[in-house]
Design a protein around this ligand. Structure first.
Ligand code: TYD
Length: 207
C-alpha cells in the first residue's frame, strides 16, 4: 500500500547548514497548506540522549557499538508509539528529518565495513525509504570554520580528518546505492536563499 505522507531527509557533514534549510523548507511547505513534522537523528529519546552523551565525551564506547546505537535509535524513531515516523507517515504528514541512514553509512564506515552498516540498516530501509535524500555539500575546511566559530568544545566527529573521510564516504555510499536511492546533491557554499531555491526545486516535483 502506498504511504500517505512523504519523507524528506537532509544529510551533510557537520556544519553544512541543515538546520537552516530544514526550517525554511518546513515553513514553505506549511505555507502551502501541508502538515509537516520535523525531526532529527540522533533523536530526543532515551537512546538518542545516550548517543549525545557519547558524542559530547561524557560516556565512551567503541565505534561498532556507536554504529549499533544509531541503528537502535533509528528503529525506535520509526516504531515509537507516540510520535514514530511510521505513525506520522500514515497520518499523512510530510516528514523532514535531519539525518537518517546515509549518515550512518558515511560516519561509521570509517571504522566499520560499509556493507555491514548497509545490511544492518536494511530494516529501516525496508520500513521507510526517503522519497528524497537532500545532501548539502560543503568542503570540510569550511564546515570546520563554521563549527569552531563561537564554540569551545567540539564533538566526537567534529575534526577535519573525520569530516573529510565522512564527506568521501557519503559520495561513495550514494554511488553504491544509486539504483535504490533518490539523492539530490546541493552546493551548500552559496547564499541561504539560493540553497533554499535549489532544495525547493528538488522537493516540489515529489509532492
Ligand atoms: P548533528 O546533526 O550534527 O546534530 P547536532 O547538530 O544537533 O549536534 O548530528 C550529531 C552527530 O551524529 C554528527 O556528528 C553525525 C553523527 N551521526 C552518526 O555518526 N551516525 C548517524 O547515523 C547519525 C544519524 C548521526
Amino acid at each position: 500500500m502506498a504511504k500517505k505522507g512523504k519523507f524528506f531527509v537532509f544529510e551533510g557533514i557537520d556544519g553544512s547548514g541543515k538546520s537552516t534549510q530544514i526550517e525554511l523548507l518546513s515553513q514553505k511547505l506549511q505555507d502551502e497548506g501541508h502538515k509537516v513534522y520535523s525531526t532529527c537523528e540522533p533523536t530526543d529519546g532515551q537512546i538518542g540522549k545516550f548517543i549525545r552523551s557519547i558524542l559530547k565525551g561524557e560516556n565512551k564506547t567503541d565505534e561498532q557499538t556507536i554504529a549499533a546505537l544509531f541503528l537502535a535509535d533509528r528503529l525506535d524513531h520509526l516504531h515509537n508509539e507516540e510520535n514514530g515516523l511510521l505513525k506520522k507517515i500514515e497520518e499523512g504528514y510530510i516528514i523532514i528529518c535531519d539525518r537518517y541512514y546515509f549518515s550512518s553509512y558515511a560516519y561509521h564506515s570509517a571504522h566499520v565495513p560499509l556493507d555491514w552498516v548497509i545490511k544492518a540498516n536494511s530494516l529501516p530501509a525496508n520500513l521507510l525509504k526517503p522519497d528524497l535524500n537532500i545532501f548539502l555539500d560543503l568542503a570540510p575546511e569550511k564546515s570546520m570554520e563554521r563549527i569552531t566559530k563561537g564554540r569551545e568544545k567540539l564533538e566526537l566527529f567534529e575534526n577535519l580528518d573525520r569530516l573529510t573521510t565522512t564527506r568521501k564516504q557519503f559520495f561513495h555510499a550514494f554511488e553504491v546505492l544509486k539504483e535504490e536511492e533518490n539523492v539530490a546533491v546541493i552546493n551548500a557554499d552559496n547564499p541561504v536563499d539560493t540553497i533554499a531555491t535549489e532544495v525547493w526545486l528538488a522537493v516540489q516535483p515529489l509532492l
